[in-house]
Design a protein. Structure first.
Length: 252
């Protein structure tokens, strides 16, 4: 059974003080992790404070990015080895903003996926799709190519643990989510790609999330789709009440 995963990606927002108050505010208000898993990916400099404030230990505290080497002369980068030592279970890899603004290529993303697994964490790998590509009918190959490239050389044991997020960049930050059918189509395609690379069994066990303008008022429709196992929310994960609503989408 795929346990739904409701994850937030804070991007470059908040301060340490604000991050602490958010984590304090959600204690006791999130579903049990074996029913609906919840996670927030936050900037590395907040993580220790968030872990300390997370007394109930239901919310998973994740990172937004890391480097593909464990240590070394890479000024300003975040070590996956150090994240693991802190007790961080998840790291986002390959967000469209990393691809676009920081020139992360499929090869870099593949190295990062391997580094995250090597250090005992789970990557949440994001796949992008632009409106231009969608309209030209090219989208299908693009998402397939991104998943295939991200998983190059990844063993079935590791791939079985991966989380993949379908995040069309035309829906990110736009205020308008993809339709529930579009979200389902993207997530289904990703599952088919996993089945082609590995096996049906493996593909059926992997959680695939939808991201792009997910809000409390549209999450239930998205989550009702067969291949949508969770969401990756940006803006609506910043406010604690809105995140609590997303996490409790089954009661909305
Ligand atoms: P928004 O929810 O703000 O559209 O952002 C989505 C996103 O990029 C999550 O990674």
């Amino acid at each position: 059974m795929r346990i739904p995963l409701i994850a937030g990606n804070w991007k470059m927002n908040k301060t340490v003080t604000e991050a602490r108050s958010f984590v304090e505010a959600v204690q006791g208000k999130l579903p049990a992790a074996d029913v609906v898993e919840t996670a927030i990916a936050a900037p590395a400099l907040f993580l220790q404070t968030m872990l300390e404030a997370n007394t109930e230990d239901v919310l998973r505290i994740g990172a937004e990015a890391c480097y593909y080497e464990d240590d070394g002369a890479y000024t300003g980068e975040t070590s996956p080895r150090a994240l693991h030592e802190m007790g961080i279970p998840y790291t986002i890899v390959g967000h469209s903003e990393r691809r676009r603004y920081f020139n992360e290529t499929d090869d870099v993303i593949n190295r990062k996926v391997q580094a995250v697994f090597r250090n005992g964490m789970t990557p949440i790998v994001c796949c992008d799709e632009t409106m231009g590509r969608r309209e030209s009918g090219e989208k299908i190959h693009w998402v397939v190519n991104q998943v295939t490239a991200a998983l190059k050389g990844v063993s079935p044991e590791d791939a079985a643990k991966i989380v993949i997020a379908y995040e069309p960049s035309w829906a990110i930050g736009s205020g308008t989510s993809a339709s529930t059918d579009q979200a389902e189509e993207g997530c289904y395609l990703i599952r088919q790609t996993l089945a082609d690379i590995y096996s049906d069994d493996l593909a059926n066990g992997v959680r695939i999330l939808y991201g792009g303008s997910v809000k409390p008022d549209n999450i239930a429709g998205l989550m009702a789709k067969n291949n949508v196992d969770g969401v990756l929310a940006g803006g609506s994960s910043l406010d604690e009440n809105s995140f609590i609503q997303l996490a409790n989408y089954q009661n909305l």
